[in-house]
Design a protein around this ligand. Structure first.
Ligand code: C5P
Length: 227
């Protein structure tokens, strides 16, 4: 079977990473979570007082970009590659609601995007990769052999994300999670650079009422048809 590139895009909390990880494991492919990269840059901005509720020092963040080093290192314990920001594992620091509340603003910046896109293209140059994000099928790998665009109702997505955060012990309300999901979707679909849109040749999938097994079977069939 030939190695392909699989692009998984879609709205926030639609389960992109669940599908992507399952696929990568079953195919022996590399999995790259590009949202983690935008989240890590956001964490950097927060740690260096470049972004907060009442300010965003865009020019200073752009100037700092060359000093921001992102790496993925496979963790046998986690079963996927965890993200490192300037040498430190930040996997557990990037998925809270605070980072989530700033990340879409950081992801609007063209300089941030071009830096991360370049690194993503480098990671995928040999194919055999499953990458999830918002612009993978449209910008990062427009030539990807398989493009999936995932969607689900806002309530379904907020519920899943809320359960996930609660399980980790985060103090969040369902309303705050729903509001964040909706705000990010709005910014992600309306930004000028690489907005979230369905690629022409993407296969759309609404998983609001699909089980994880059903999703996986659906996508595996698509992969088998190609490889
Ligand atoms: O996938 P995740 O929800 O972790 O992504 C966090 C945010 O990062 C998104 O809401 C979006 O603003 C940004 N993002 C992006 N392009 C990508 C991946 C994520 O703009 N390829």
């Amino acid at each position: 079977t030939k190695k392909i590139t699989i692009a998984i895009d879609g709205f926030s909390s639609t389960g992109k990473s669940t599908i992507a990880k399952q696929l990568a494991n079953s195919l022996g492919y590399v999995y790259v979570d590009t949202g983690a990269m935008y989240r890590a840059v956001t964490l950097y901005a927060m740690q260096n007082n470049l972004i907060a509720k009442d300010y965003f020092k865009v020019e200073e963040l752009i100037a700092a970009l060359p000093t921001i080093k992102l790496q993925f290192k496979f963790s046998a314990e986690a079963g996927f590659a965890e993200i490192f920001l300037n040498g430190l594992n930040v996997e557990k620091d990037i998925r809270n609601i605070e980072v989530s509340s700033f990340v879409s603003k950081v992801a609007e910046i063209s300089e941030v995007r071009s830096k991360l896109v370049e690194q993503q293209q480098e990671m995928g140059k040999d194919k055999g990769i499953v990458m999830d994000g918002r612009d993978i099928g449209t910008v990062v790998f427009p030539e990807a052999e398989l493009k999936i665009f995932m969607n689900a109702t806002a309530d379904t997505r907020a519920e899943r994300r809320y359960d996930e955060l609660k399980a980790k012990g985060d103090q969040v309300t369902y309303e705050a999670v729903l509001k964040n999901v909706q705000e990010r979707d709005y910014i992600d679909t309306h930004r000028e650079d690489s907005p979230l849109i369905v690629a022409e040749d993407a296969i759309e999938m609404d998983n609001s009422s699909m089980t994880k097994d059903e999703q996986f079977n659906f996508v595996s069939t698509l992969v088998n048809d190609i490889t």
